[in-house]
Design a protein around this ligand. Structure first.
Ligand SMILES: [Zn+2]
Length: 170
């Protein structure tokens, strides 16, 4: 997997080839890179801190493909159940950033993939979790009318991070 990002110091584009590593392994490598002095392709030498300088966590997150996201959903969920949900009542504020128009937009972009996954994971004992989650999303999206035109979504919407056209640079 080639992870593309930008150096936040000099603005040069960085391409990191993580080969066949899984997302978790790539994150591990990124963590180790963070401790090794090197030269940015933009020309400046840094002693450490590439993870933040090159926004590596975010770049890795965006680069890994949706099927891998689906297959690894259970890791995300279990860490959420361990590290986030138990503390939910200890926060001062809870912000739910979900907007109703996200579903019709996502239906238009993702439904075909979920149809494919529901078929792909049938009778696959190694992916029962992915199948269960794919079926659930497939069922949810089935009930939604797809909307192709995203021109009404502002460039500073969080949704733009997922569908493109954001005014922010990551
Ligand atoms: Zn740089």
């Amino acid at each position: 997997m080639v992870v593309k990002t930008k150096c936040s110091k000099c603005g040069v584009t960085i391409n990191l080839d993580f080969g066949t590593l899984t997302r978790e392994e790539a994150a591990e490598v990124a963590k180790r890179m963070d401790e090794t002095p090197r030269e940015c392709p933009g020309g400046h030498v840094e002693l450490c801190g590439f993870r933040r300088l090159w926004n590596m966590d975010d770049a890795i997150h965006r680069a890994y493909d949706p099927q891998q996201t689906l297959e690894h959903w259970h890791y995300v969920r279990s860490s959420e159940l361990r590290n986030i949900i138990p503390y939910i009542n200890t926060t001062d504020y809870i912000v739910n950033s979900g907007l109703p128009y996200e579903l019709p937009i996502m239906r238009a972009r993702l439904f075909a993939r979920f149809e494919k996954w529901v078929e792909l994971y049938q009778d696959d004992p190694l992916h029962t979790d992915a199948l269960m989650r794919a079926e659930r999303v497939h069922r949810l999206l089935s009930a939604i009318t797809p909307v192709e035109d995203d021109s009404a979504i502002p460039p500073d919407s969080l949704l733009r991070e997922f569908i493109g056209g954001s005014c922010y640079e990551y």
